[in-house]
Design a protein around this ligand. Structure first.
Ligand code: URA
Length: 234
């Protein structure tokens, strides 16, 4: 939103008087006087008129959680416990998920109340890499590497999956890097080679990795550096 529009709504000031106040240097954004009528503001920005805060600015939240098995990647559910139920922050209900995991999948989930931050992380065109550890029922053949790189045609959506990097770690274990997130994608890909996923764990999203000291069900705020990893340059 533009500053003059926000100010116009305050105390029913109106557009004309709001503009006068800005041009007269009576308005500060984040502590600095601005005379720009179109200065961009959002609910996280601290705005003052004559040195007095216009409104309570919202806390900008970015956090990571290590999702355990059985917890739903949703913000509310009438039956199952959700990732939000694991977060003991007073503003947890303002959060949304930056991509989901199946209920049986464990690992890294990102949550935020900042849509400008989450949008590029989720947008298909930014192709942010997501890394998963996969355990399978049957041995993984070396030929799977090529099959995953070539992509699979999913008839339901009529699309071919983007090249995915499969690194075979053991007879039944692999690390898989995807650049998209289709419904049950990894389970469906392994199904297509006649195998079955028995365990799935997300290790990282872009430059943000689950730290080894964050146990299942635990969460923490992202560091400034990790928040920076959410930029579209990823
Ligand atoms: N692919 C799946 O099949 N499940 C997930 O939870 C994530 C990716």
């Amino acid at each position: 939103m533009k500053l003059d529009r926000l100010l116009a709504k305050h105390d029913s000031l109106g557009r004309g008087r709001a503009r006068e106040a800005i041009l007269a240097g009576r308005v500060a954004v984040e502590g600095a006087i601005t005379r720009r009528l179109d200065h961009p503001v959002d609910r996280f920005k601290r705005v003052e008129l004559d040195g007095r805060p216009l409104r309570q600015s919202a806390r900008r939240l970015h956090l990571m959680l290590n999702k355990p098995v059985g917890i739903l990647s949703a913000t509310s559910d009438p039956v199952h416990r959700t990732v939000i139920d694991l977060i003991d922050d007073p503003d947890r209900h303002t959060l949304h998920l930056v991509g989901r995991l199946d209920r049986s999948t464990t690992g890294l989930v990102l949550l935020t109340n900042d849509g400008n931050w989450s949008k590029p992380l989720m947008a298909p065109e930014t192709k942010v890499p997501k890394v998963y550890l996969v355990e399978t029922r049957d041995p993984i053949p070396a030929s799977a590497i090529e099959a995953f790189a070539a992509g699979f045609h999913f008839h339901t959506e009529d699309l071919t999956t983007l090249p995915a990097a499969l690194e075979i770690l053991g007879e039944h274990q692999a690390r898989l890097t995807l650049h998209e997130g289709r419904y049950h994608q990894i389970k469906r890909m392994f199904h297509r080679i006649g195998n079955r996923v028995v365990k799935l764990h997300r290790e990282s999203i872009g430059g943000i990795s689950l730290p080894p000291d964050l146990g299942p069900g635990e969460w923490r705020m992202l560091t400034e550096e990790e928040v920076g990893c959410g930029s579209p340059r990823l």
